[in-house]
Design a protein around this ligand. Structure first.
Ligand code: CU
Length: 656
């Protein structure tokens, strides 16, 4: 046997060499996500370069897309460049690696200074055992009646960050405990008033802050099927049946549905990315958007207590570790008949892992018409509306988000985010609103009672969508149609009408806009190279839906760390490396990163390749009905063709 070994190694090596370029060429599209073998190529390349050992950890291993022009121009054949980037933890140091996957070479290895990489999955529990042995923790837990900490959970996460002397140059974390014993839903079982301040690099507890004992709530908040005593009857079965199969085609990650065509890929940081979106009009593929994705979510809590004021989560940038690679539940989160796309994510050590059902694609007829008119002359005319839904879901700690892109037959795209999951809550000494109402210091000053001795804390959600619109190409501008009041002459029976006073945003400062009902305006990305049949520029309107603006003061530190929340709309000239609204590395970040920093240069945004960023927000004062698990609350906006077509593009829908 021994004599075969060198031969076997030779064969294996040859296979490895032979399989590497083959696996790279298997990609059908330059934006396809990294394949299983490509994760390993990153690891092996780093190992060969001497940059990998057993302690190396990864926040990211992800596709580094080729340049935009080559992707738009890609005709479906020929070799595809394949690059990956990795954010690499080496002890307290962070490096960015770029690996050429076809050549199996390390193209770049750069130490990143002055940033902290995204939290690893293992970091949440890494300090647990150390905390349990700390005398002040033991003492504080004794005060709360816990002699044995074996069954207590401790979780450590980044504490908002305030750049205090204690925090600077540290991978600072705050730890909180919960007592899950006997309950399935431990989110209602927090041990209040105890915060452990730790450094994740030196693995030491820096101090223990005890704000006072509050008993853990004994209220059962379990909501799994086994915990609900009686289930309602839902009579009248409904079956959606597509006897001829789905009405869309999928080739790899490219989806074609009716006149739409786009590429969709799962992404572990942002959930999913929609790319190269076009609409086929008279056999011409008209470009609409190069790339669209949710770029950040910021969730600040509104309670000044030490255990709460640091809860200012920058969800996508801080907590990637698996949150956005959660499978959809087939037949529950999306229909049985949906097409599901699996994906890959990586463990903290960089090895790939398979995740099923990351994205669902399905058609939906909701019973609504696309358009109608019932006239005596033409008779009744109405057309059934059918949508194509592309869906992913995320679990970020207590919260779940459902993320939809809904493509419509009339050329509109509705982008939706549904918030569900569990509101963050704290146990209280006061029992309820009645008791709090008679207190000088009510326990519901910063939240609302949702159960006896449980207050869900007030907070906000701010979503930022990065939308790289390419309306009939990359020569675009932002047009702001301002509706202004025109006063009519004294002898006119009307006193006034409104008229449009359009302007083109010339620089980034003119593209920073807020929704104002008293000063209405339409925001449109217009083509500078194409007009419709009556001479107006082809355009898509960004039509906001329900949204909000922050009530935090402008010098509030967390607000400044997520400065993108200052405006509903930002417009930037396209830059491949400007992707995340609160910056590439929002973990323990300083104020001003991302959009505020980039737009400070006040670059030109006129007649050029522009990216629009939309902030969709909600203030969340938690209702009893949001507890113990919240009904999905949808927020949405619409990308709506505006003079892009010459007429209603859904005129050609068939009459049934
Ligand atoms: Cu909420």
């Amino acid at each position: 046997m021994k004599s075969f070994l060198p031969f076997l190694i030779l064969i294996l090596s040859l296979l490895l060499i032979a399989s590497a370029p083959l696996s790279a060429q298997n990609h059908s599209h330059p934006l396809d996500p990294l394949a299983w073998q490509e994760y390993w190529t990153v690891l092996e390349t780093l190992q060969e370069a001497g940059n990998l050992d057993g302690k190396t950890r990864f926040s990211h291993i992800n596709l580094l897309p080729p340049d935009k022009e080559s992707v738009w121009n890609w005709k479906g054949t020929g070799s595809v460049p394949r690059l990956a980037y990795a954010t690499v933890h080496q002890g307290a140091d962070t490096y960015e690696a770029i690996v050429d996957l076809n050549k199996r070479t390390l193209e770049s290895w750069v130490k990143l200074e002055g940033i902290q990489p995204t939290w690893l999955g293992e970091e949440f529990g890494k300090m647990s055992d150390i905390a349990k042995e700390h005398p002040e923790v033991i003492e504080a837990m004794k005060k709360r009646g816990y002699e044995d900490l074996t069954l207590i959970d401790f979780f450590f996460g980044p504490p908002g960050y305030f750049a205090t002397a204690e925090q600077i140059d540290r991978r600072i974390a705050h730890g909180h405990a919960s007592d899950p014993a006997g309950f399935r839903n431990s989110w209602g079982r927090g041990i209040e008033g105890l915060t452990i301040v730790a450094d994740m690099h030196s693995m030491e507890v820096l101090r223990v802050v005890d704000e006072g004992v509050v008993p853990v709530s004994e209220t059962n908040t379990d909501f799994d099927a086994g915990s609900i005593p009686s289930v309602r009857e839902v009579p009248g079965r409904m079956i959606v049946h597509q006897p001829d199969g789905a009405g869309f085609k999928i080739d790899g990650h490219v989806v074609e549905w009716q006149k739409w065509k786009f590429h969709v890929r799962p992404d572990h940081r942002v959930g999913m990315v929609i790319s190269t979106l076009s609409y086929n009009e008279n056999d011409e593929e008209r470009k609409i958007m190069y790339e669209g994705f949710l770029s950040e979510i910021f969730v600040p809590y509104m309670d000044p207590a030490f255990g709460w004021y640091p809860r200012n989560f920058i969800d996508l940038g801080e907590y990637t570790a698996g949150g956005f690679t959660n499978p959809l539940l087939r037949g529950l989160d999306a229909p049985d008949y949906a097409h599901y796309i699996d994906g890959l994510f990586m463990h903290d050590n960089g090895r790939p892992k398979h995740v099923p059902n990351l994205i669902a694609i399905f058609e939906k007829e909701s019973g609504d018409p696309s358009w109608r008119h019932n006239s005596t002359e033409m008779g009744p005319e109405s057309r059934v509306k059918r949508d194509l839904v592309v869906r992913a879901a995320a679990v970020v700690g207590n919260y779940d988000y459902i993320l939809d892109w809904v493509f419509q037959q009339d050329g509109s795209i509705v982008v939706r985010a549904g918030a569900t999951g569990i509101a963050e809550a704290k146990p209280t000494l006061q029992k309820d609103a009645v008791e709090a109402g008679s207190s000088q210091f009510p326990d519901d000053a910063y939240g609302r009672f949702v159960d006896p001795h449980i207050v869900a804390v007030n907070h906000d959600h701010y979503f930022s969508y990065r939308l790289d619109m390419d309306i009939d190409g990359t020569n675009n501008s932002l047009q702001i149609d301002r509706l202004t009041t025109q006063v009519l002459p004294d002898d006119h029976p009307r006193r006034s009408v409104w008229v449009n006073d359009p302007m083109i945003a010339k620089t980034e400062s003119e593209g920073k806009l807020k929704m104002m009902m008293n000063m209405p305006a339409l925001w449109r990305v217009i083509s500078n190279s194409r007009t419709n049949h009556v001479g107006y520029p082809a355009s898509y309107q960004l039509m906001p839906g329900m949204t909000a603006l922050t009530r935090l003061s402008s010098d509030d530190y967390p607000r400044r760390r997520a400065g993108y929340i200052d405006h509903h709309l930002w417009v930037t000239p396209y830059r491949a490396d400007e992707r995340f609204a609160a910056g590439e590395f929002p973990t323990l970040s300083l104020p001003g990163e991302g959009l505020p920093k980039w737009t400070a240069a006040n670059r030109s945004i006129e007649n050029t390749d522009i990216v629009i960023w939309y902030t969709m927000a909600m203030h969340h004062m938690v209702r009893a009905e949001d507890w113990p698990v919240m009904p999905v609350l949808w927020h949405s906006f619409e990308l709506r063709p505006f003079d892009f077509f010459n007429r209603n593009p859904a005129l050609d829908l068939p009459k049934r």
